[in-house]
Design a protein around this ligand. Structure first.
Ligand code: 13P
Ligand code: SF4
Length: 328
């Protein structure tokens, strides 16, 4: 079904979205990497684990997911009776793209004595091939419940997997995927920035490569970084994750100074996630108006993928709100 993208002249988008969200009995969920205007009108803004839990628990009839496709698919897997719309169906993820299901299946077959612990940033098909899903806020809690002698495949983010291996002295086999956003931070430019702000701590997401994480005073998920921003004692913080999260920091602590870590050209704009940025107010309005683009998942695949997500939710119980991998 094609989506009519025409917006009649003179439409007040905010007013229409507010009318439609009531009419459709919709909940609007947004990730911290979304544009400020989408974060501001969402019913709930959170990290990947918090958003999964909200999607599983909601009694709304429609979930309008302002995030990327694997997040909206997770919502549909956990809440199959709801209509789940994603404002732009092209909002993908470089980690998901790095891990085609047939290649992941072959990798698993080559390591039959390993279980697959898989980062939520992957396709529904890869979730169906996995034993337990993790998010960056739940990975530590979940990994610590798996016996040390259990062999593990970790995909698709080699930086998160490598960080966990180093921190917990594990030898998980790593899939070679990366997040293009966190990969783009420049160590040379970060060192220059630290010299300009010698008292400012650095908070980094574990999707960053080790040469960035090694400079961090705090390493954690988006919600963990936000908690750190709300509690650190200084007045300036360097933030090594997608810069749209700074919107929440500036709202909570307008008197403090939050600086996005730079990319190679010294301009942090190159660290904006191009997939997350595809969602706009206009597209959210259309998604609520037309209930399209809609996430649909074949039932057999959904049930298979749900097993690894249920394992995550069970093993991560108690993690929500902590959002925290802690210091490297
Ligand atoms: P979290 O919000 O779970 O830390 O995930 C970050 C991310 O890259 C989402 O795409
Ligand atoms: Fe994927 Fe990175 Fe964008 Fe998150 S920030 S959606 S991991 S490309």
């Amino acid at each position: 079904m094609s989506v009519d993208t025409k917006i009649p002249a003179g439409v007040d988008l905010l007013e229409e979205i507010n009318r439609l969200r009531v009419e459709r009995k919709a909940v609007i969920l947004a990730h911290y990497y979304q544009r400020p205007e989408l974060q501001d009108l969402a019913d709930f803004v959170g990290d990947s684990l918090e958003l999964s839990k909200k999607a599983a628990d909601t009694d709304a009839e429609v979930i309008a997911f302002c995030g990327v496709k694997f997040m909206a698919e997770t919502a549909k897997i956990l809440s199959p009776d709801k209509i789940v719309v994603l404002p732009d169906m092209d909002a993908g993820c470089s980690l998901e793209d790095s891990c085609p299901p047939e290649k992941f299946a072959a990798f698993r077959e080559r390591h039959p004595d390993h279980i697959a612990l898989t980062y939520i940033n992957c396709s529904t098909e890869v979730k169906a091939l996995s034993d337990v899903i993790v998010t960056s806020s739940s990975a530590e809690t979940i990994l610590s419940q798996i016996p040390k002698d259990q062999k593990i495949i970790f995909g698709p983010d080699r930086h998160l997997g490598g960080y966990l291996n180093r921190k917990f002295d594990r030898e998980m086999l790593l899939w070679p995927g990366v997040c293009i956003v966190h990969e783009a931070f420049s160590e040379r430019e970060l060192i220059k920035l630290k010299q300009q702000h010698p008292d400012a701590p650095v908070a980094a997401h574990p999707e960053c490569p080790p040469h960035i994480v090694d400079h961090a005073d705090y390493v954690g998920s988006t919600s963990g970084i936000l908690n750190f921003a709300k509690t650190f004692p200084g007045d300036t913080l360097i933030v090594a994750t997608e810069p749209h999260i700074i919107h929440q920091m500036e709202k909570a602590l307008p008197e403090k100074n939050f600086i996005g870590a730079p990319g190679a050209d010294g301009n942090c704009n190159c660290n904006i996630c191009p997939y997350m940025a595809l969602n706009t107010l206009e597209k959210l309005y259309i998604a609520l108006r037309d209930l399209q683009p809609r996430i649909e998942i074949e039932e057999g695949l959904r049930l298979q993928a749900k097993k690894s997500l249920d394992a995550m939710l069970e093993m991560a119980a108690g993690t929500v709100g902590k959002g925290d991998l802690g210091r490297a």
